[in-house]
Write a protein that binds this ligand. Structure first.
Ligand code: HEC
Length: 314
């Protein structure tokens, strides 16, 4: 807003450091070269400090709450493994996904289903199209009804979902003496701290400590909630031979399984990462150009004072 000033106030105003003064006729213009008034800077700093303070307080409260809830669950702390695919710019290790599929079909398939995955989902993720066709044909899938109204079995096609080893959940339960082996498709997302939990669970069997007696159907797993589980240890060193010659130790197999189950629980994993990288790239370009535009196109106007000083006759 234009301010009317008397001539003898000019020297005072112009004294403030950092101001450029220009005159054109009766109009005087001051321009702050730093682009920011001191008062504005102070307000901005105070707001920022208040925000950081509030954020830190809320963050530490939430962290402490989380820790105290964790302390109430009778499960030992899970070892934290450096999963490579967790990095913002990292994709899944596709050869590990392929090995994980091998472990799943060889060891886990007999009890656990993977009912939300179709054979064709594996194409270009862990196997080629021809390989997936061969794999699908090895499974028997129920189809029908035919012309006479009967259901029949036929070799699988790539569009089929992976058939479960049991016809239904009750049969799976009955075969495992009343304990239901859960579907593994979304197990990584379904469990808290999924990757580390599955790794710890599948490597956590041990002899029960003194004083604890178990029946033949019960097995002691140090990372399972309550420690007694109906699933026995199924992975042992060298239980299978990997196609690519990787040594099949227990930890290697479990790591590959975790990579595979990470893929089944979020099949869009790699696409999501690449979308993130692209989105961040676009945001960065927008941010830089916006900052440039804001500072250079508007700063002179933001920090300008205009005054009209009428000529006086002395
Ligand atoms: C002989 C059958 C059998 C095989 C083979 C088997 N499991 Fe299980 N699994 C079970 C049963 C039964 C349960 C349920 C245990 C319970 O609730 O106490 C279970 C539970 C689980 C759980 C859930 C644990 C939890 O915290 O609830 C996971 C994860 C799991 N199995 C993974 C695997 C993987 C991976 C493989 C292959 C390496 C595998 N299982 C092989 C029978 C089996």
């Amino acid at each position: 807003m234009a301010v009317l000033l008397t001539r003898n106030r000019f020297p005072l105003r112009a004294k403030g450091g950092g101001f450029h003064r220009r005159q054109s006729g009766g109009v005087y213009t001051w321009c702050n070269v730093t682009g920011r008034t001191k008062r504005g800077g102070r307000i901005l700093r105070t707001c920022l400090a208040a925000l950081v303070g509030a954020g830190a307080t809320c963050g530490s409260l939430l962290y402490l709450l989380d820790r105290s809830v964790e302390a109430m669950v009778p499960v030992p702390r899970l070892p934290n493994h450096p999963w490579e695919s967790q990095g913002y710019l990292k994709s899944l290790d596709h050869s590990a996904v392929r090995r994980g599929w091998q472990v799943y079909t060889t060891v886990c398939y007999s009890c656990h289903s993977l009912r939300y995955v179709r054979f064709m989902d594996l194409i270009n993720v862990s196997h080629t199209e021809d390989e997936v066709k061969d794999i699908a044909a090895e499974f028997e899938v129920q189809d029908g009804p035919d012309d006479e109204g009967n259901y029949y079995m036929r070799p699988g096609k790539t569009t089929d979902k992976i058939p479960s080893a049991f016809p239904n959940d009750e049969a799976a339960k009955a075969a495992n003496l009343g304990m239901y082996p859960p579907d593994l498709t979304y197990i990584i997302e379904g469990k808290r701290n999924g990757k580390n939990y599955i790794f710890a669970f599948l490597t956590g069997w041990m002899d029960p400590p003194a004083g604890i007696t178990l029946t033949e159907l019960q097995h002691f797993n140090v990372y399972f909630p309550g420690n007694v589980t109906g699933m026995q240890q199924v992975l042992f060193d060298g239980i299978l031979e990997y196609d690519d010659g990787t040594p099949a130790t227990v930890s290697q197999m479990v790591k590959d399984l975790v990579e595979f189950l990470t893929w089944t629980s979020s099949q869009e994993f790699d696409e999501r990462k690449s979308m993130f990288i692209r989105a961040m790239g676009i945001c960065l370009i927008l941010l830089v150009s916006n900052a440039y535009y804001y500072r250079y196109a508007w700063s002179s106007l933001r920090s300008r004072q205009i005054a009209y000083v009428p000529k006086r006759k002395y």
